[in-house]
Ligand binder design. Structure first.
Ligand SMILES: [Zn+2]
Length: 209
């Protein structure tokens, strides 16, 4: 495989990038001066070396390493956050959108995707077991399922809710009991949190039930 084809192959696997855009990226790179290519390679290298996934919520964060090396992201290690609220989102970008509203002060959990179909291999790609663990070790009074109002998001919300009820609903010895809430309607059907304007997201959040 030629270097050009190899790179096209890599880029076309990126979210929202098809083969046509992938090809454009590669021709753009061919025209870049050597120093910019070096800078790009270094940035990629650093990304892999410096960025970790938070042990609790799976939010990626920059860790400088050394003696102050951390396992938790800024949100999970922030003592001012409300540790009784857990908001389940599909991906990092959704967490950022909610953070940008500045109306939510609880914790998050990044599920890592939604389901197109209820196939076992799709379900296995979600962080269902880590989510159960997270809830067991936490002390939550409310769990907010904030997935996109797309068919996939809705199916996944239902699955999560059922799973939570099965795992935690009947457990008498559980030291906590939490309510499960969903975002209020308002985000356009089929729309995504990532693209919702702040005001819409804010009211969807405040009206959750
Ligand atoms: Zn975290």
């Amino acid at each position: 495989m030629s270097s050009i084809d190899k790179l096209i192959d890599i880029f076309k696997k990126f979210p929202t990038v098809g083969p046509r855009t992938a090809r454009r990226f590669v021709y753009y790179l061919i025209k870049l001066p050597k120093n910019q290519i070096d800078e790009l390679s270094r940035a990629l290298e650093e990304l892999k070396n410096n960025v970790k996934l938070c042990q609790l919520c799976f939010n990626p964060f920059e860790d400088s390493g050394g003696p102050s090396s951390a396992d938790l992201c800024e949100i999970c290690s922030d003592l001012r956050r409300n540790k009784n609220l857990l908001c389940i989102v599909e991906k990092e970008a959704d967490l950022l959108s909610i953070e940008n509203t500045k109306k939510y002060n609880g914790l998050y959990f990044i599920l890592g995707g939604t389901l197109a179909m209820m196939r076992k291999e799709d379900i296995d790609n979600l962080r269902i077991e880590p989510l159960k663990e997270r809830i067991k070790t936490g002390n939550f009074s409310e769990i907010i399922i904030a997935l996109n109002p797309t068919p996939e998001g809705k199916a996944t919300s239902m699955l999560i809710e059922r799973m939570l009820k099965e795992s935690f609903g009947a457990a008498q010895d559980l030291k906590q009991s939490f309510k499960i809430t969903h975002l209020a309607k308002g985000i356009p059907v089929g729309g995504e949190l990532e693209y919702a304007d702040e005001e819409t997201l804010e009211s969807a959040f405040e009206g959750r039930k």
